[in-house]
Each structure stands twice: as C-alpha cells, then as structure tokens.
Design a protein around this ligand. Structure first.
Ligand SMILES: *[C@@H]1O[C@H](CO)[C@@H](O)[C@H](O)[C@H]1NC(C)=O
Ligand SMILES: *[C@@H]1O[C@H](CO)[C@@H](O)[C@H](O)[C@H]1NC(C)=O
Ligand SMILES: *[C@@H]1O[C@H](CO)[C@@H](O)[C@H](O)[C@H]1NC(C)=O
Ligand SMILES: *[C@@H]1O[C@H](CO)[C@@H](O)[C@H](O)[C@H]1NC(C)=O
Ligand SMILES: *[C@@H]1O[C@H](CO)[C@@H](O)[C@H](O)[C@H]1NC(C)=O
Length: 425
C-alpha cells in the first residue's frame, strides 16, 4: 500500500512540502490543543522510517521524503493517532497492495525498531516476502513489546516467509485478528494462541503447518472465524471445540484430520459454515445430536467417512443451503427425511455407493438448482416432471449409475439427463 512512487522527484517537491508544512504549523498554531497540530516524538518517527526501510531497502530515505509522516506528508499504508498530545503510528501496511506500490526488497529484514512503535494496533505484511535471498522467518523475540497494543496481525501471500509461528504470539493479549494466510510457515500450531481470549479471527490457511490442533483453541470463546484449511494438520478434532460458542465459520478442509466428527460440534449454535472436506474423517454421519439451526453450508466431501444418510438427523440442520457429501463412501438410499432441507440449493452426492430409487419429491425443493449423484448405484426410472429437468439442465447429474434409466415419453426425450440410458419396456 505504500505508494512511494515519485520517490526521487527531487528538490522541488521537497521544498514545496516544507513550505506547506510551515504554513500548516502557522495555521495550527492558532488551533490550540487540536490533534492536527500535534508533534511526533522523534524516536517514534525514527522507528517508523527504520521499520519501513528494513522492508523496502536502504535507498528509501523516509526523513527526506516524508518529513511529517503523520501530518503533511502522509505515507500510504501508515495511519496515526494522537496519544497525550503526540502523534503515534497505529496502523502499518507493507507490501504490494496496488500495482504502483513499492515492492519489498530481496534482502529485507524485520528491523528491531519496528517493535519500538509504541501504539501500533495493526500490522500487515502483504505480498512482500516473495523470493528472499535467504529464508526469512518471524523472529520470536520482540513481539512482547506489542502485547498491550496490537489488535490485528496479518501476513498474507508471503511464500518466502518460512519457519514456525512464534509461541510468543500467545502474549499479544489484545489480539482480535491473527491472519497468516498463504505463506511458507511450517511446524506445529502453538498452544499459546489458545490464551488469546479476545481473538475473533484465526486464519492460518495455505501454509505447511503440521501436527495436532491444540485443545486450548477450544477455549477461544469469542472466536467468529477459524480457518486452518490447506495445511497438513493431523490428529482428531479436539472435544474442547464445543466451547467455540461464538463461531460462525469453521474451515479445516484439505488437511489430514482423522477420527470422527464429535457431537460436541452441535453445541456451536451460531455456526453457518462447516467445511471438513478433503481429510481422513471416518466413523459415519451422526454428529448432529442437537439442533444446529444456523448451519447453512455443510461440506464434508472427500473423506472416508462411510455410513449412510438415514442415520443423520436432517431436521436438526433444516437451514442448510449447501450440502456436499461427495466421495465419502456413503451407502444405503437417499431418505425422504432429506426433504426437510427446504432451503437447499446445492446437493452433492457424487461418487458414493448410494442405491435405491431417486424420489421425484426432490423436485419439490423449490430452491434446489444443483443436484449431483454421479457415480452411485441408483436404480429404476427417473420420474421427475419435465419442468424439473428444464429448470436444472446440466446441473442435474446422475450419470454413472448403471441401473438408472429415463422413460422417454411423448415430449420428454429432449430433456433426458446426460449419460442416462433410456428405459426399456
Ligand atoms: C536521509 O537524508 C538525510 C538528509 O538528506 C540525511 O541526513 C540522512 O543521512 C539520510 N538517511 C539515510 C538513512 O540515508
Ligand atoms: C487415515 O486414517 C486411518 C485410521 O483411521 C489410517 O489408518 C490411515 O493411514 C489414514 N490415512 C492417511 C492418508 O492419513
Ligand atoms: C428460497 O430462496 C428464497 C430467496 O433466496 C428465500 O427467500 C426462501 O426462504 C428460500 N426457501 C424456500 C423454501 O423457498
Ligand atoms: C464414470 O465411469 C467411467 C467408467 O467407469 C469413468 O471413467 C468416469 O470417470 C466416471 N465418471 C464419473 C463422473 O464418475
Ligand atoms: C447395485 O445395486 C444392485 C441392485 O439394487 C445390486 O445387485 C448390485 O450389487 C449393486 N452394485 C454395487 C456395485 O453395489
């Protein structure tokens, strides 16, 4: 976000800037006590320059280009606020947010001065650590100096950022948002993060993280979003997760989580999204032991779950709009109890071992616009009204069910679903 373009447009601009600064000081002089006229502590200003220079390179001379960074020469990506009559930096965003923003240097470093910013609430490093000369990791030391100020910490799209998530992040006790997405971080999840009781957002997706999910994460009772997807996490879901009572979105897809889905999950009364797809979850479908009326999207595809659709209490998740249970080794019939999902838009059942007939009552789900049951063992005649096939089109997929057929009547051959043979009399 740092739009430092025109960095060396020379003396003229600097003179202009200084003139405006002088005018500003005169104007503000009459405005006693107004924050606009507040000065900046020298050490804070130097800390800001050094911190930025560490990321973008030695050539960047902050004091030259931005003599008054919280006032007349604002730096894009830097926000300030007044504390006790002085300006301090509250937000710092580094990296290529816009096309014209400044790229980070190849030999970048976290300057120790970064940690001297006394009132920093938000630090964001975006698309910055890309192809460093040597591996760059988040050093564990120093973060404690942000423990009573930092509310949001974000490292996003930094493939060159390697090493572990520092345990010391657990001391950032004001933290509400920890977002470490699409970096090269590895190692285990620090249990200390479970101490961050104010945390609302925990997003660690798209790294190389391994090991179990700490039980302590179940104590984050303020958490709204937990996204640990696209890592290599293993072990089972902690039973403590029933304590995540504020949670709205829970995404653990694309890991190696095994074991059953614990019925404690149905304690999460605000949950709208549960995505556990592409894991190694077994033990059948039984977890909805209580009503989960808030749940809108349930995505469990590509797990060796097995079991059947009859054992699940569909009335308990009646608000579902998206249900994807593809590739789970499910057996048995598609029960009519699934018709209690009146808001269903998407039903994915591809590549299971489902058998029996397909009830034409499925067509009574008014909002259903996509139904896929390719690659099962469904049998008999398809008996939907012509309008149903018209409405669904290619989003009605039932091919690779060798015993399923379509009765060709007077007017219906044009709506025969793709890959389904015609019934023989
Ligand atoms: C930045 O420029 C000022 C004034 O031109 C100079 O005194 C200072 O040494 C420079 N700082 C760096 C880090 O290059
Ligand atoms: C999946 O879990 C089972 C135990 O339930 C284990 O034997 C198997 O190795 C796991 N597979 C993978 C790919 O992790
Ligand atoms: C279908 O979708 C509409 C519009 O999104 C919504 O208002 C309605 O509640 C949904 N459910 C049913 C059963 O029509
Ligand atoms: C359908 O079956 C054929 C042959 O068994 C297989 O090649 C194809 O991938 C299957 N398609 C789907 C969508 O399962
Ligand atoms: C498919 O179902 C038929 C009868 O419903 C059964 O005879 C057959 O064994 C089943 N095939 C598979 C692969 O399960």
């Amino acid at each position: 976000m740092m739009d430092l373009s025109g960095r060396r447009d020379g003396y003229f601009i600097i003179v202009m800037v200084m003139m405006f600064a002088l005018i500003g000081m005169c104007v503000n002089g009459e405005n006693n006590g107004d924050s606009v006229g507040a000065p900046m502590v020298k050490t804070e200003q130097q800390a800001l320059y050094s911190a930025i220079q560490g990321f973008v390179g030695k050539w960047w001379n902050g004091s030259d280009l931005y003599p008054d960074p919280c006032g007349w020469t604002p730096i894009q990506g830097v926000s300030c606020d007044v504390f006790d009559g002085f300006w301090y930096v509250t937000e710092l965003t580094i990296g290529q947010v816009h096309d014209n923003s400044l790229p980070c240097a190849q030999n970048l470093q976290f300057q120790p001065q970064l940690f001297k910013l006394q009132h920093l609430k938000s630090l964001s490093i975006f698309n910055c650590i890309i192809s460093p000369k040597g591996p760059i990791s988040i050093q564990s030391a120093n973060w404690d100096s942000f423990s009573s100020t930092l509310e949001s910490l974000e490292f996003r799209a930094n493939p060159g950022l390697t090493g572990q998530i520092p345990t010391s992040f657990g001391n950032l006790k004001k933290l509400q948002s920890l977002v470490l997405i699409d970096n090269g971080l590895s190692g285990g999840l620090p249990a200390s993060i479970g101490k961050l009781t104010q945390l609302k957002r925990l997003v660690l997706s798209g790294n190389l993280l391994t090991g179990k999910i700490p039980e302590s994460y179940g104590y984050l009772s303020e958490l709204l979003i937990m996204d640990l997807s696209r890592n290599s996490l293993s072990g089972s879901l902690p039973l403590t997760f029933g304590g995540l009572t504020s949670l709205l979105k829970f995404d653990l897809s694309k890991n190696h989580i095994e074991g059953e889905i614990p019925s404690e999950i149905s304690n999460l009364k605000k949950l709208t999204l549960l995505d556990l797809s592409n894991n190694n979850i077994s033990g059948g479908l039984t977890f909805a032991s209580q009503e989960m009326s808030s749940l809108e999207e349930l995505i469990l595809s590509s797990n060796p779950t097995s079991g059947d659709l009859m054992s699940f209490n569909w009335q308990n998740v009646y608000g579902l709009m998206v249900l994807d249970l593809s590739n789970m080794g499910l057996t048995g019939v598609i029960p009519e109890s699934i018709l209690s999902l009146k808001n269903l838009r998407f039903l994915g059942l591809n590549n299971n071992k489902l058998s029996g007939n397909l009830s034409p009552k499925l067509g009574e789900l008014r909002n259903l616009t996509a139904f896929y049951a390719n690659g099962n063992n469904l049998t008999g005649e398809l008996k939907f009204p012509r309008e149903f096939y018209m409405k669904m089109g290619r989003r009605f997929g039932v091919r690779n069910n060798s015993n399923l057929c379509f009765p060709v009547g007077k007017s219906s051959s044009s709506v025969r679903p793709f890959g389904v043979k015609v019934c023989r009399d």
